[in-house]
Design a protein around this ligand. Structure first.
Ligand SMILES: CC(C)(COP(=O)(O)OP(=O)(O)OC[C@H]1O[C@@H](n2cnc3c(N)ncnc32)[C@H](O)[C@@H]1OP(=O)(O)O)[C@@H](O)C(=O)NCCC(=O)NCCS
Length: 385
């Protein structure tokens, strides 16, 4: 019998020097450096450049990259007008998909596919995603769009543009850490999608628009929002045990737990839990945090032996929520971080490009002939009956 790797599980289709994951031991490294060290010691800007370059940058390189990001934060009025004209009530991921595609229409370099062009476009997109995502939120709320500032970090400037208030240094750093944790994660569905698009030698904006579509789904980036929906449905920490036990008894999926690769704690979820706990202890345990603690305990007790543990999306929502961000923006924020991984992976893959074109085992009928419309009635009845 032919072996089918359902969901492409375990299929190796390329080599990469960017990210390593050991799912059984819960290890994640970028360029060989553990994610915990990136979170503790680095910044989103530095990790983005390191991923693009495939090595740690020098101080001068990082300063130049930071300046380039800052210089590219502003988006054109034409794009802001398109964002303002979008129907109210659409999901921000729908809006982001359209906005990024439109960004490509405005970029004279958009169709260039040399490594140099892909890199220049990547830097512009990394710089502009926060501006676009904040503008989408504010336009949806009927608020004035807030122009970017160049005296704030990438993370701090986003929070400022989103809320119109300058965040505290601690808030900006917490958000920066969340971005670091989400910046890259190997051959996940959206990165794979970006690479699949690039493998046809399509342009960078098409790659990233495809990736946004893949990230949007609740089994991938949409899970962080789904976790908050679940917490809202549960209502109070007291209701958590019955709710989760009931779901597990009915064999329903719990959002924010389980992972194709991790069969142990996702290390990113541990870092986020520590920060969520820190915030909770400082400001009084939020109901969300208490509910998640209860869910984690039950899931690990009942499902740990099956390799089901909290993933990155389990605690990210509470952290964002503590920063005053609404749940509809959680997935766009995932994109705001993952753009670096998408771009770096596309650039790495296209250096030794080969068209991605898997195959399926054909299980349909063979040896048939076309049936004319006048004879098709009985044939259709037979097929249905
Ligand atoms: C991420 C995910 C899609 C990975 O799925 P996968 O590798 O295809 O694994 P499967 O869906 O085949 O699940 C394998 C088994 O674990 C169970 N399982 C997986 N995720 C589960 C979850 N979130 N809650 C309860 N059970 C789960 C499945 O029911 C299945 O059980 P079975 O063997 O008795 O049929 C899956 O874990 C999931 O849907 N998680 C919730 C969504 C989420 O948080 N996504 C973000 C990922 S970062």
């Amino acid at each position: 019998m032919t072996n089918i790797a359902k969901g492409l599980e375990g299929v190796l289709f390329t080599e990469s020097r960017l990210t390593f994951i050991n799912g059984t031991e819960g290890i994640l490294t970028h360029l060989g450096i553990p994610i915990q060290e990136w979170a503790e010691k680095s910044t989103f800007e530095e990790l983005s450049l390191a991923l693009l370059n495939g090595r740690l940058p020098s101080a001068d390189e990082l300063a130049a990259f930071d300046a380039e990001l800052k210089a590219n934060r502003t988006v054109s009025q034409q794009l802001l007008d398109v964002i303002a004209a979008m129907p109210k009530g659409v999901h921000p991921m729908q809006a982001l998909r359209t906005a990024v595609s439109y960004l490509g229409l405005l970029d004279p370099q958009a169709e260039e596919t040399t490594e140099e062009a892909r890199r220049a476009i990547s830097i512009r997109m990394i710089a502009q995603f926060p501006t676009v995502i904040a503008a989408i939120r504010r336009a949806q709320e009927g608020q004035e769009v807030v122009a970017p500032r160049t005296d704030l970090t990438h993370a701090g400037n986003f929070l400022y543009m989103l809320t119109g208030r300058e965040p505290s240094a601690e808030q900006a750093r917490l958000f920066d850490i969340a971005l670091v944790l989400h910046a890259d994660h190997g051959m996940n569905a959206s990165t794979f999608t970006a690479i699949a698009t690039s493998s046809t030698l399509s342009d960078m904006y098409s790659c990233i628009t495809s990736a946004i579509g893949a990230l949007k789904g609740p089994l991938h980036g949409g899970a962080n929002e789904a976790v908050m929906d679940m917490l809202d449905e549960i209502g109070s920490p007291e209701g958590a045990a019955d709710y989760i036990t009931g779901k597990l008894d009915r064999k329903e999926k719990i959002m924010g737990v389980g992972h194709r690769v991790y069969k142990y704690f996702d290390p990113r979820s541990r870092v986020l839990r520590d920060y969520a706990e820190h915030v909770a202890n400082k400001e009084g345990k939020s109901r969300y945090y208490q509910t998640l603690e209860t869910i984690e305990k039950i899931v690990v007790d009942r499902m740990g032996s099956k390799g089901i543990y909290p993933n990155v999306d389990f605690y990210s929502g509470t952290v964002y929520s503590d920063l005053g961000i609404g749940k509809e923006d959680f997935t766009p924020i995932f994109a705001l971080a993952r753009i670096s991984g998408w771009c770096a992976s596309v650039i790495e893959y296209t250096r030794d490009n080969r068209l991605l074109r898997p195959d399926a085992v054909y299980t349909g009928e063979t040896d048939r002939h076309y049936v004319g419309m006048e004879e098709r009635g009985s044939e259709l009845q037979a097929a249905e009956g």
